[in-house]
Design a protein around this ligand. Sequence first.
Ligand code: MTE
Ligand code: CO
Length: 419
Amino acid sequence: MSKDPAPSRRGFLTGALAAGGAIAGSRVAAQSPDPAITELQPWMQYLGDGVDARPYGTPSQYEAHVIRRNVEWLTADPVSSVNFTPLHELDGIITPNGLCFERHHAGIAEVDPAAHRLMINGLVDKPLVFTMQDLMRFPRENRVYFLECAANSGMEWAGAQLNGCQYTHGMIHNVMYTGVPLRLLLEEAGVKTNGKWIMPEGADASAMTRSIPIEKAMDDCLVAFKMNGEALRPEQGYPIRLVVPGWEGNMWIKWLRRIEVGDQPWHHREETSKYTDLLDNGIARRFTWEMDAKSVITNPSPQAPILHSKGPTVLTGVAWSGRGTIPRVDVTLDGGKNWHEARMSGPSFDKSMHRFYFEFDWDGKPLLLQSRAHDSTGYVQPTKNDLRAIRGENSIYHNNGIQTWHVNERGEAENVEVS
Ligand code: MTE
Ligand code: CO
């Protein structure tokens, strides 16, 4: 590991003062006089909107580009499709509710909570039906988890394809959920001794189902009704969704209406024709529930080029693991010849997104940026070639290989592969 090439704080500040208060190398410093300083701006000349003009707040008009985006050619119809979280526009670890990527198999169900019920049936002592009011009478917990679709980065198996971390890595969000531990509801119904699996089912027109082992159901799953403090959005399963921490997003059933307890997995569509990984030798991996450790540099990236010339530069990104926390992320500026330990910042929760930074002095020359996550089990994120050597190229799911961005002299970034 080489020494971090971070610019010295003192040198950085001296440079900033010399350039008239602006950051050395920025374009603002060249303009004089600067109208942003010398002229009275419109927002200083008029009174603004009063307090009730925006009873539910939305972002500034200047943030209108910060949106979820879809790749139209990926799917035949937006009703069974996906859009992507704009990771390159976010910071910290929490995904704002309106920017959480959406994956629907039959569009957004607009559920009336007064007419919504959660049923628990099958191998239980007492089949039960809960109203929303009933659920509110169980003890709640607050926990932060990432949800990653198993197909995230799936388009990149055969080589670099989509130009932006929004598209290559944006099938992920990280939210604080408030919900009732699933264990409490299952205990209320009384799981019979031969009850070894559960099958949650959604109330949307796809009636999404998955088989989940009872150990996981009793461990850390939640029936969540709040995200980041407010009611779930319809896109995310309002009024309730299943939270299955660290496991592939497909299992997090939205618009949850029923949980059947059984003695074996159901082998429904989503765990046979989908969400299995066909290897080179013709054998398919099944029940690959856990999401392996992964990371991506969000800035710079194709949608977020470096906008200044050489000098102090902030690199940042996110990392996560379905098996624990992320104590360490390494970054390289030269395609893996030299690795540097990044600086982790923000809370480190189990099975949650982590934020890393790496400040460096850019010499204005091309860069090959990569990040490599280490999780709390000691697992290290593999290169794409390492992954292909084991899994072949038939797969769609579980691509957690190291991403590379090439940055040119103008600061523009592009999706490439070097390892
Ligand atoms: N649940 C229902 N009822 N219907 C669905 O289409 N899609 C699944 C899962 N749960 C789905 C569902 C898939 S594949 C994923 S990746 C996640 O929900 C997406 O969750 P999100 O829309 O909150 O991002
Ligand atoms: Co999915």
